[in-house]
Design a protein around this ligand. Sequence first.
Ligand code: ATP
Length: 195
Amino acid sequence: MFTVGLTGGIGSGKTTVAKVFRVLGIPVFDADRAGHRLLAEDRSVIEAIAKRFGNEVLGAQGIDRQALARLVFHDHDALQALSAIVHPAVRQAFRNWAELQRSVYVVMEAAVLVESGGHASLDRLLVVNAPEELRIQRTVKRDGTSREAVLARMRNQATDGIRLAAAHWVIDNNDSDLVIPQVVAVHEALVKAAQ
Ligand code: ATP
């Protein structure tokens, strides 16, 4: 199966772009949701996390994500250790899922993809790009959260420059460019590339 990564910084519009791919009939794998499911249900992931972080991260159903977040949010090494457990498991879940799809190509939507090196195992990478200030405003409005909370989450992600350097295509999701025609153009190029 021909595989395409879809990533971008917080509030850039990944989910919005993913919706357009779904309308075009392309299956989209939501890596963040898959990660949450693994933390809730996957015995080997749960055991590996409990071994590294202690039983206090165990909750009523699998891992207590809030307890885990408190441990890794300001601790780079802990976040790296968690990523080393979760990202390979998400990649395997994606491969299993991709094999079951019947389409010209499939998309994996992930907030963290270039940071984990996960894009290297995909055939193409698509990055959604939007000015930082706009991303902050959109996320504050969507989540009803504070500007500081959004900035803190941004600091745990790759910079725009690193993401853009790895991209085969960039969708500009600012206040002036239309998104749907850009996605349709990329889709047409992907259909050709996948054949
Ligand atoms: P996250 O990484 O936080 O999950 P994301 O990259 O998936 O974010 P979206 O949820 O798609 O981003 O977009 C963030 C918010 O901005 C949403 O509320 C969405 O409806 C809005 N938004 C996205 N694109 C546009 C646009 N072109 N014009 C107006 N609002 C937009």
